[in-house]
Design a binder for this molecule. Sequence first.
Ligand code: PGA
Length: 238
Amino acid sequence: MISAERTYFFGNWKMHGSHHNVKAFACHFQKFQPALNHEIVLFVPFPYLMAIKGIFPSLGAQDCSIHESGNITGDVGAAMLKDMGVKYVLVGHSERRHYYHESQQILLQKYKRILEQHLVPVICLGESLEERGHQLTLKVLKDQIAPFLTDDEPKIFAYEPLWAIGTGTHARPDQLRDVYVFLKEMTSAPLLYGGSVTPQNAHSLLDVPGINGLLVGQASRDPLSWKALLTNQQNTIF
Ligand code: PGA
């Protein structure tokens, strides 16, 4: 069940890993017992989903096609992801918006494909440093989130300021409070934070009112830091 009462720990491996180390990582966490209200998910590259299916309990995909199926070489459809046991799919990660110029229209098509398969879209939002400098953060977020608020389907939003992703500089709680008050006014869907999350800062980020979980890049790929990140949270047993 998707609910803001739960806490989400999403590990986004991006285009990293090998068959061997993704599988070893999943095996390492096979016996991990999260607290009842915690959801722990790995978003690995498409080819490695197969390697950890049945080993890691909850799988996520980093993207999906705008098409259902057909002669579209290289694409992976939402139905195929469902077939692989995937539950969550990222939509509009800033790296995809940047490298592939994914427009809101494209993101909405992906969103529709994901919902058709009863998978859960995880929609990424975030402003650039320049936009923040011009006090445009809330306007950017409003424009990005609005098209996804026209239905009551289960979904998750992840606020990932572009200036915090992969930079080693996470947003400070005082920079996040207004953002989450604003987002909570717009939606009751769970809200995650992403951008340079580490085992050291995870706790203070989760303490910010309105944050229901974390989308973690680099720190999710090392078993020690992932374990530290999870076990630093109350009620998690390893
Ligand atoms: P990071 O990446 O934790 O390495 O900053 C987060 C993300 O891009 O989802």
